[in-house]
Write a protein that binds this ligand. Structure first.
Ligand SMILES: [Zn+2]
Ligand SMILES: [Zn+2]
Length: 274
């Protein structure tokens, strides 16, 4: 029996003879179901698309201590993972819905995994596959535990803040989902500190501002209290750089840019802009 993977969001469901009637993630107001209807796939089908060995994982160095792990061609929403490496172990963040043996071997060569987690339920992806390969914990924010589509005994819930490894802290921000989180990585940006934000805080294509979304595909905004909640959650942490859920990155000056971007966004919400 195959484990089912939603083709639209890349989330995994337990193995069974028939796929679920719908994807709970994509049926929600923040996501979408194709006009032609829900579509399911499997790991083997994803692996074989375009011919044997076509879909594969890609690794690249982002900065010292940080590795990017993507999938080509992309799966589901298309996020790439970030592997935060410390001498106490590694954390995998926002894994895509597809993982191959080569990716697991390459992470093993980089010290394996202590834990795997995601910014929010859209990006849970192949968390359980990664956890099983390394005996790692799956960290899920308590507020979003109801969105888990692939139950696993390795799941541990957390709330508020959680220092997963020395200098690597999960910070609950809310907004896009109640449990939407970022990683604060103290050693990032040459020791100035970095945030890994998924789409809890969204880096724009021009890499010159940050924005906030309730739903990206459905173009629904966050409220002012939600945005202020995100700012309050991250302000105590030093950071100069922000890695979003895809390639765009704010290389420096991220703290000031976040404050300025939030103020501008709130002007629009209040009808004070443009
Ligand atoms: Zn889905
Ligand atoms: Zn999302």
């Amino acid at each position: 029996m195959p484990a089912w993977i939603c083709a639209t969001c890349g989330n995994h469901y337990p193995a069974s003879g028939h796929p679920p009637a719908s994807c709970t993630i994509c049926s929600d107001e923040r996501q979408w179901v194709p006009p032609s209807g829900q579509r399911w796939t499997t790991h083997d089908e994803l692996a074989g698309e375009g011919g044997p060995g076509q879909r594969h994982s890609e690794f690249w160095d982002v900065e010292p201590g940080l590795t990017g792990i993507g999938v080509t061609p992309a799966v589901g929403i298309g996020q790439r993972a970030l592997l935060v490496r410390t001498d106490q172990g590694n954390l995998l963040w926002d894994p895509p819905g597809f993982v191959d043996d080569e990716a697991i071997e390459r992470v093993r060569h980089r010290g394996g995994l202590r834990a795997v987690t995601a910014s929010h339920p859209h990006f849970y992806g192949a968390m359980a596959d990664w956890a099983r390969a390394f005996g790692a914990d799956i960290l899920v924010n308590e507020a979003d535990a109801g969105w888990v589509t692939e139950p696993d005994p390795a799941i541990r819930t957390w709330s508020g803040r959680l220092e997963v490894l020395p200098g690597v802290t999960l910070v609950q921000c809310g907004g896009h989902f109640p449990g939407s989180a970022v990683v604060h990585w103290a050693d990032g940006a040459g020791g100035a500190g970095a945030l890994l934000t998924g789409d809890t805080i969204f880096v724009t294509p021009g890499e010159d501002r940050l924005t906030f979304i309730w739903s990206a595909p459905n173009r629904l905004p966050l409220s002012e209290p939600m945005i202020r909640g995100i700012l309050d959650a991250v302000r105590p942490f030093p950071f100069d750089r922000i890695y979003g859920g895809w390639a765009p990155t704010i290389g420096s000056g991220a703290r000031q840019l976040l404050e300025a971007s939030a103020e501008r966004y709130i002007q629009f919400l209040r009808g004070e802009a443009p």
